[in-house]
Write a protein that binds this ligand. Sequence first.
Ligand code: PEP
Ligand code: MG
Length: 752
Amino acid sequence: MLKQLRSIIHEVTTAKDLRTALDTLVLRVQEASHAEACSIFLLDNEKNRYLLTATAGLDKKLINKLTIKLGEGLVGLVGEREEPMNIADTYAHPKVCHYEATSKEPYRAFLGIPIIHQKELLGVLTAQKRDPDSFEETEEALLVTLTAQLAGTIAAAKASGDLERIKKTRETKIVDGISCVQGIGIGKAVVIYPIADLDAIPDKTIDDPKSELVAFRKALKDARKEIINIEKSLPENVSEAERALFDAYIQLLDSPSLKKDVAKEIRAGNWAQGALKHIINDRVAQFTAMEDEYLRERALDIKDLGQRILSALQKKPHAEIKYPKQTILVGEEIPPSVLAEVPEKQIAGIISLSGSVNSHVAILARAMNIPAVMGIKDFPITRFEDKKIILDGYYGQIYISPSKKIQQEFIDLVAQEQELDTELLAIRDLPAQTTDGYKLSLLVNTGLPIDIGHSLRVEAEGVGLYRTEVPFMTRDRFPSEDEQRIIYRQLLQIFAPRPVVMRTLDIGGDKNLPYFPISEPNPFLGWRGIRITLDHPEIFIVQVRAMIRASEGLNNLRIMLPMISSIHEVEQSKKLIKQAFNELIEEGLNVQMPLIGIMVEVPSAVYLAQDLASRVDFLSVGSNDLTQYLLAVDRNNMRVANLYDSLHPAVLKALAQVVLSAHRENKEVSICGEMAGDPVAVMLLLAMGFDALSMNANQVLKIKWLIRKFSIEDAKQLYDEVMVMDDPVEIRNHMEAALEENGAAGLIRAGR
Ligand code: PEP
Ligand code: MG
């Protein structure tokens, strides 16, 4: 039974959409439980009815039509009792309802299992058979197990709106992926196939390696020219930092090791195309095996590059594609170079079967503001070919051949979003100020080079959190003091005279360096952040020296310490920073001592906030970690994701206490976790008295727009109202209703 169970669960959980998952499940259960019919009745809370949503064995025409009232019939009884019911001869049962009794199919035995997810009843799964004897215990156990699995899938579909859609439309295909760039794209799919297929190249022995070497070198030159041309054709709003992605291509092309390794293989007797295939595939495999997601994504760049060189070797002219006015680019992988080939105004969206939030194409798409969905499993790209597509970048969903009704719904949403965008741009140069004149600073969180372009576009008032981990992650060793100085200097220069808060290395937890592996049973409670750098003062001092040297003449640097949990750590860090500073002064540098702050992200720091504040220049709350540690919920664990909520009353109380403690010492306090850019939380943070909010650059204008819609009095009233509530869900609903009432709901869903 276990094997059967596993195979059904695998089939259901990997189904390409909810409809297929439900249809597969009823069919497999029908076979496995020897039932003549298996059906799923889902609860429609608004209509107080169960709706037949999938069936194998009952008349399929009844799907989405047949309803059963709450408490009616055997289905109603199972739902009411919230327990499995295995009934032998249903005809004799007093609760049997009209439909169950008069159905064309003379089914006598009934097995009903409630579908429950986290205490919420979602529906009932039924199995029926002609034989009046009840179902066997093993069959009942099988159904109970499967139903528990199904409940999670249905709950997720309900949360994403998928469930509503399958109830309404059967002709539209909905495919799920990962949301990479928010927004809605409506257009026609153009499927992009690899320009040249490296994998299809066989090995071939040659007698004349010289001419192969000449051909390979020429191909390198041609590919180089092509990439430079593509970069030149990028739209103007793509900043220098984003253009740097193409420089990375050129660097790869120019790398002596690539040339050397291919040449070596050619000299050993393989033809140029075969040699190129081997070397590129080796590199791709090396990057694919890396633990860090950002680095793993670089494998795609190498493959794209390999294919471009191959195409140059084969001297294949690229097929001219006619792009429709509203093009949705679809591909197994979409290399950034392809994206740059389509006229900018004609790209309405991007769908990539592989790839993720960190892929270069996602980074570029974000810069160009093109909605994108990636990471779609088990759905062949050919099925997109020439299809009308709606791409919902908010929920990561794709509608293939959408019905007229769905199209109209999305067209209306797009029009509303455009109105909102115009309003947002109009306030770019205005302060983040409430209607009654209360002001605070909006800062940005940065890490990737791409963030800088965004931050400048939204006129951010400074950097509230620079995560220094990224330059450490993209290397195969610790970066030297000078390498770090150059990177930090660039950032400080771009933002000067605006302040830049640089956090010292915060590795450990879920952020590991490939060359400094840490393996622990409880990494979030282990060697992390300041604990590592204090144990390795040589790493800490080099980093701090690089930061201070980078700030020479600019003086806009602030240094922030992550994961502080005790006074001792602050004292020790300050001592090391002072030591680095004194060394630099002795070395003759004209540098200033930067302001020093700490992150409050561990409960002990909340209780010690005032003592800590008296020893530093500023505090910044890392609400992502603070939520995880206060609620004892791993921030990356999907199983407890529903318990992770920064609007939990305990988190809100802690935040308010930190603000009070900092202000008692006349120190500034900001917040730089995701919560700072969350529209439902912002009014509460304002009411608590935070001096600055630091967030992802793409949230800045939205949050400013929101702040400018409310008064500080409104904010304080909302704060008083929610601080007596004890349920985070109630608090969220309350805040969402406030946004809706003030015409600001467009910030939390599509439309405006
Ligand atoms: C936080 O914990 O809120 C924070 C900003 O730091 P990170 O997300 O990098 O851990
Ligand atoms: Mg943190």
